[in-house]
Write a protein that binds this ligand. Structure first.
Ligand SMILES: [Zn+2]
Length: 374
């Protein structure tokens, strides 16, 4: 049976749908990809010029990083800085925003995301040619809701008379595996088997399980179990209930569609890697455009399996990202509480680790995307 998608509710930043006739692993992969693998734009570097507010620089940097920026079509409209040819950042791989607010009134003033202004990039026009910028919408990189009167802006801090906040931010493309600020989703609800017929869940209760765990809306979609129904240990979940809510950086439709495309891309790269192993190729070189047919499957015989066990012969083992140079292992963004680097305090090592071409292996999400078009 073919997979079925039934949309129950759709809003600009939220979609509720039921996915049927797929297995649990697939449905869960889709959930994880939507949350962690879709690129968006977020503030990544903050240069603070003046801060006489009550909040310290790091606090404000972190809050700025968490502001959702409009990221429609981000995968095609922007480059990762680590894949860019520029030395530091350029108009292709970054967006510059500034904030300059001073309170002159006797009343407390709110500094919000609406005070952030996009600036033309200082290196604009000096870089190599590229098509990324023409794929951007007018609002690309702007805080979500800035142009909409009915959307409340995001509070950054409150200032009183005489206090000032002046800073410059560089927003970059990234994914939520690197830092949660790049996730387009604020919440992804995921449920299957609402009556717990499969007994994947064991409920904790005091006296009455049914009274303490009332059934949700999704339970109406499925037949309740009979009192005397025997446990079917062969049963598998088949119906999955999703509720995807985005932070506004991407629309709900874009999140689901790009999520499926991303999953397809990941599986295709796995098929390719397995095929290379079968063919006895040690090097995991970037495939050329003519090398993108995934029609034939790796044979599940001695050839394919033996190569996996032999370590160095496997494409995974020879990944350039491993061996200490892994960009995931030694980046400084994920460690500690310093979520958004400031120019002054960010360790130089972290910036270099990302931009170094030697890291463009399995560790680099963009390297997987390069040329693996499905
Ligand atoms: Zn660049």
């Amino acid at each position: 049976m073919d997979p079925i998608v039934r949309i129950r509710e759709y809003q600009r930043d939220r979609v509720n749908f039921v996915l049927e006739n797929v297995d649990l692993a697939f449905a869960n992969s889709l959930r994880r990809v939507m949350m962690a693998d879709l690129p968006t734009v977020a503030i990544d570097l903050v240069e603070i010029e003046t801060n006489t507010t009550v909040l310290p620089d790091e606090f404000i940097s972190h809050r700025l990083g968490m502001i959702p920026l409009v990221s429609t079509n981000c995968d095609a409209a922007m480059r990762y800085t680590r894949d860019c040819n520029c030395l530091e950042n350029c108009a292709f791989c970054s967006i510059v925003l500034t904030l300059n607010v001073t309170c002159t009134d006797a009343v407390t003033m709110d500094v919000t995301s609406n005070h952030l202004e996009i600036q033309p990039h200082p290196n604009e026009g000096t870089e190599e040619a590229g098509e990324e910028q023409v794929r951007r919408s007018d609002t690309f990189g702007m805080p979500v809701g800035k142009k909409e009167a009915d959307v409340d802006p995001i509070l950054i801090c409150k200032i009183r008379k005489g206090q000032e906040l002046k800073l410059r931010c560089v927003a970059k493309k990234g994914i939520a595996k690197e830092h949660a600020k790049w996730s387009p989703c604020s919440a992804v609800a995921f449920e299957y088997d609402p009556h717990n017929k499969l007994r994947h869940t064991s409920y904790w209760y005091e006296t009455d399980e049914k009274a303490e765990w009332p059934l949700g809306q999704n339970a109406r979609e499925e037949e309740p179990p009979r009192e005397d129904e025997p446990f079917d240990f062969n049963a598998k979940p088949n119906k999955f209930y999703f509720d995807v809510e985005t932070d506004g950086s991407l629309g709900a439709q874009e999140v689901v569609m790009k999520g499926i495309a991303e999953l397809q891309k990941k599986l295709a790269s796995l098929v390719l890697a397995l095929r290379r192993v079968r063919n006895g190729e040690n090097e995991m070189d970037v495939p050329t455009s003519g090398d993108q047919t995934f029609g034939d499957q790796p044979v599940a015989g001695s050839g394919g399996e033996a190569t996996w066990g032999s370590g160095p012969a496997s494409s995974w083992g020879s990944s350039p990202g491993s061996g200490g140079g892994s960009s995931w292992g030694n980046n400084n963004y994920g460690s500690g509480g310093n979520t958004t680097g400031t120019w002054g305090s960010s360790p130089q090592g972290s910036a270099n680790a990302w931009s170094s071409p030697s890291n463009a292996g399995w560790g680099s999400p963009s390297a997987q995307a390069n040329g693996w078009n499905v």
